[in-house]
Design a protein around this ligand. Structure first.
Ligand code: B12
Ligand code: SF4
Ligand code: SF4
Length: 290
């Protein structure tokens, strides 16, 4: 009989042998009350507003957790700046995310066939049944939330992407360290933001009823950040086009494709493009760069 801590050890070892840069385990119970999971129904999922209002479709549902799931395995793949293409969005996702999906699927097969434990593979988007991956990574002891609002890991800084798997059997959570590189840092991450997404305090413990907020202290502005993401889509359309008219057309095609991709991620694509989404708050962080 394998103990809970042996189970964690075996799973992490296997995840790394399959290609994960780092891996850890958290408990589902702890995540149900983690800051993002608590705040989500209050602020909604609409990236064009910082708080949800009463408009239809603006209010988020609670995150869905399968009843039988007790542990979360989180895997991370380094996104080294020397391989920027790992993060380029091509309409089917990014090459980095496809590696994550491959490793996650192989890990799931191995856990089910060798350890005889039922797993639940999680999609990326929360509105499609995913969970908040940064909170999961922090609870799995893989790093801490930095002042750039990203998970900063000792090994790779924030230059890492995550994916998760739920288990129907308990595995011991991996212990988090007291890692806090932001304490004495001059915050190049926040200064690097081209749309000043960390300039104002938008959320407070009074308005949201919790102390841990977006950007740690309520300063991360997802609307501003998302405006930059929209500009990155414009830029992708511009590089594909010869004139203004075809740029508008290409932008519309990208937006239409993005919409259908979110509702049907496996749809076959006959249109190809490349959006290089902003990473300035990530790439300017000195942690983990050798
Ligand atoms: C929607 C989304 C976006 C939206 C909205 C982002 C937002 N934060 O609201 C947009 C498009 C703007 C975006 C931008 C980016 N994203 Co994004 N995004 C997501 C997605 C799908 C959900 C995130 C979300 O809605 N969070 C909920 C909101 C409420 O959380 P929040 O504002 O971040 O604030 C919470 C945390 O900071 C947390 N927190 C703060 N302190 C502490 C302390 C502890 C102990 C804990 C546990 C938690 C905690 O609590 C806050 C709430 O109170 C996740 C994937 C996933 N399934 O999780 C990826 C994800 C967060 N994105 C990621 C990345 C890399 C980016 C970008 C760099 C763009 C890019 N090139 O990929 C930027 C970075 C922006 C930034 N500085 O935060 C990575 C982060 C990896 C990492 N190292 O942390 C993720 C995890 C995807 C992945 N595959 O790994 N993103
Ligand atoms: S640059 Fe990195 S270490 Fe410095 S404050 Fe930002 S996230 Fe923290
Ligand atoms: S991803 Fe870019 S726009 Fe968004 S917060 Fe980071 S630096 Fe600012």
């Amino acid at each position: 009989m394998v103990s809970n801590s042996e189970l964690t050890e075996k799973i992490i070892k296997k995840a790394k042998s399959l290609g994960a840069s780092i891996a850890g385990v958290a408990s589902v119970e702890s995540l149900k009350n983690s800051p993002s999971h608590m705040i989500y129904p209050k602020i909604g999922l609409n990236l064009n507003e910082n708080f949800h209002d009463s408009k239809e479709g603006s209010h988020a549902q609670d995150v869905f957790w399968p009843e039988s799931a007790v542990s979360v395995v989180v895997i991370g793949i380094e996104h080294n700046p020397k391989e920027p293409e790992l993060d380029w969005w091509d309409g089917k996702g990014t090459p980095g995310n496809r590696i994550l999906i491959k490793v996650n699927n192989a890990l799931s097969d191995w856990i089910e066939n060798t350890l005889l434990i039922t797993t639940h593979k999680l999609p990326y988007f929360v509105e499609k049944g995913g969970i908040f991956l940064k909170d999961a990574a922090v609870h799995a002891g893989l790093g801490c939330i930095g002042k750039n609002n990203l998970v900063v890991t000792p090994e790779y800084g924030p230059r890492i992407r995550f994916r998760a798997l739920l288990l129907d059997k308990e595995a011991s959570p991996t212990v988090s360290t007291q890692f806090n590189p932001c304490e004495k840092c001059e915050q190049p991450c926040r200064k690097a933001c081209p749309v000043k997404a960390f300039q104002h305090t938008l959320y407070s413990p009074d308005t949201l009823g919790q102390h841990i907020l977006p950007g740690i202290n309520g300063t991360y502005d997802r609307v501003r950040c998302n405006i930059k993401m929209e500009k990155d889509i414009d830029e992708a359309a511009r590089t594909m086009s010869t004139d203004d008219e075809s740029r508008q057309e290409n932008r519309q095609l990208i937006m239409q494709f993005e919409k259908s991709h979110i509702s049907k991620p496996n749809v076959e694509m006959s249109f190809s493009y490349c959006v290089k989404y902003c990473r300035k708050c990530e790439l300017s962080c000195p942690v983990g760069s050798a």
